[in-house]
Design a binder for this molecule. Structure first.
Ligand code: ATP
Ligand code: MG
Ligand code: MG
Ligand code: MG
Length: 469
């Protein structure tokens, strides 16, 4: 049974053997685009090659790219612990053509890798295509011998990629694996497609058009290919598992979490171990790439992930900080492929330990307050926003941590009243500041800071579409 490390290698070697330059993963903090929060897809580091702004000495590339989807447009944080296939940190395996090969070869290369190199049963595979992309349908029939029943036409954005309102764009085709009728969920495009029976493993994007501001499109002279396959998903499949968290790598992390907390890996605490294993990876890789916990921007996303993990450790009954004790196992598992983890290990451990030590001072009391409040709530009502705000302000509970805790109890937070409590506090702070004898300049500065947000990036909500494969 191949390990995730071996599968990553097989993928890279296969495409290298087909004339692709092996390019290292880029940082989780995109260097070429301040509008993106995190690198969320393999194409991010190649963005300017698709538009032709930049050229390199290769026209085909292959990567295993570190990705985080926990903030901005791509956010899978709430899926972790609930689906078999989502992580906040994952590795996206991808092959790219910059004006070199196009649809035919992209489909043939993918099909050959899956069914010959990896030996996946072709009868378990099905694909989606963009509803107007007859060319892709024809290639799937010819190259893979798929029948009409296993080529599903989809009319939504799921099968049409674009970087934004203008620029390169095009249809995509997604490859799904059917884990069998024992698992709930319907095929892509059906009402219960969000189940985990049919799992999307690979997305092939055909960058075919350029879109203009007036809404018209023209065929690109140099058409390109951008693909992404989750290593953990293909890994689960090749290891005969349905669930990413049952792969060799995740088992090792889950067992480390169990050992550190003196609990069973597969007992009732299993969901906590899964979340801890996932969050350990995203936090460690983010810190290795220079992100540190803070109260704004990327640092606040990191802090939120760390604190969520720490709540789960607390629920396992941990009596002292846990997260930093798991870093060694992560380095053992992934340090060869990502040497930066080993270099940054002391900083990762120190950062995790000090954050957890601090948060533990208020976590327990905050959770008790939350439990008391929930016990008093009438059935079916949400937690008042004022309480969530108190947890935020006094106990350091990010809103999403409170929501995560409440989800287990089938409740939510009244976010409207949370927002007004937050706004009221800001107004109070402002009044106090102006009234403290500062000159008018200070008040103006406060307005400017608030209007623009004191963050290190801008506009990811609108522009992060570019990070999608
Ligand atoms: P899904 O529909 O399952 O959420 P997606 O369509 O959002 O996946 P893409 O943006 O197409 O995913 O990313 C390309 C590939 O990366 C996916 O086919 C999948 O294998 C993998 N992938 C995407 N998101 C995650 C995640 N959160 N955790 C693990 N793997 C992921
Ligand atoms: Mg998704
Ligand atoms: Mg999808
Ligand atoms: Mg997809």
């Amino acid at each position: 049974m191949p390990s995730l490390n071996e599968i990553r290698r097989t993928f890279l070697d296969y495409f290298a053997g087909n004339g692709h330059a092996e390019v290292p993963s880029s940082s989780l903090v995109p260097r070429n685009d301040p509008t993106l929060m995190f690198t969320a897809a393999g194409m991010v580091q190649f963005k300017n090659l698709f538009t032709g702004i930049e050229t390199r000495d290769y026209t085909r590339a292959v990567t295993a790219q570190k990705c985080v989807r926990a903030g901005g447009k791509h956010n899978d944080l709430d899926n972790v612990g609930y689906t078999a296939r989502h992580h906040t940190f994952f590795e996206m395996l991808g092959n790219f053509s910059f004006g070199d090969y196009f649809k035919d070869d992209a489909i043939a290369l993918a099909w050959t890798l899956l069914t010959r190199e990896f030996g996946i049963d072709p009868d378990r595979l099905l694909v989606t295509v963009y509803h107007t992309d007859d060319e892709a349908v024809e290639i799937w029939k010819r190259v893979a011998g798929l029948g009409d029943d296993r080529i599903i036409r989809i009319a939504t954005d799921d099968n049409f990629w674009s970087a934004g309102p203008t620029g390169p764009c095009g249809p995509c085709t997604e490859i799904f694996y059917d884990h069998g009728p024992g698992i709930a969920g319907g095929p892509p495009g059906s009402p219960d497609e969000d189940g985990d029976r049919f799992i999307e493993i690979w997305n092939l994007v055909f960058m075919q058009y350029e879109q203009f501001a007036d809404g018209t499109r023209k065929e690109l002279a140099a058409k390109s290919i951008d693909t992404g396959m989750g290593l953990e998903r293909i890994g689960a499949l090749l290891q005969g598992k349905h669930d990413n968290y049952d792969t060799d790598l995740f088992r090792a992390l889950i067992e480390a979490s169990a050992a550190a907390t003196g609990t069973e890996p597969d007992g009732p605490g299993n969901v906590h171990h899964r979340v801890i294993a996932d969050h350990l990876r995203s936090c460690s890789f983010l810190i290795a790439d220079g992100v540190l916990p803070s109260n704004e921007g990327r640092g606040y996303v990191l802090r939120r992930i760390m604190r969520r993990a720490m709540r789960h450790a607390h629920l396992l009954g941990a009596e002292r900080p846990v997260m930093h004790r798991l870093v060694g196992e992560l380095v053992r598992q992934m340090g060869d492929a990502y040497p930066e983890l080993g270099y940054a290990r002391p900083m990762i451990e120190e950062t995790l330990e000090s954050e957890e030590t601090r948060f533990r001072q208020t976590l327990d009391r905050g959770l008790r307050l939350l439990d008391d409040e929930v016990a008093r709530l009438p059935d079916g009502t949400d937690l008042p926003g004022e309480t969530a705000f108190k947890l935020y302000d006094t106990y350091g509970f990010p809103l999403d941590l409170t929501q995560d805790a409440l989800r287990e109890k089938g409740r939510g937070v009244n976010t409207e009243s949370f927002d007004s409590a937050m706004a009221a506090q800001k107004a109070k702070a402002r009044a106090a500041w102006v009234g403290s004898g500062e000159t008018a300049d200070a008040a103006i500065w406060y307005d400017v800071a608030e209007a623009h947000g004191i963050t290190e990036f801008l506009g990811y909500d609108t522009l992060e579409a570019e990070a999608s494969v």
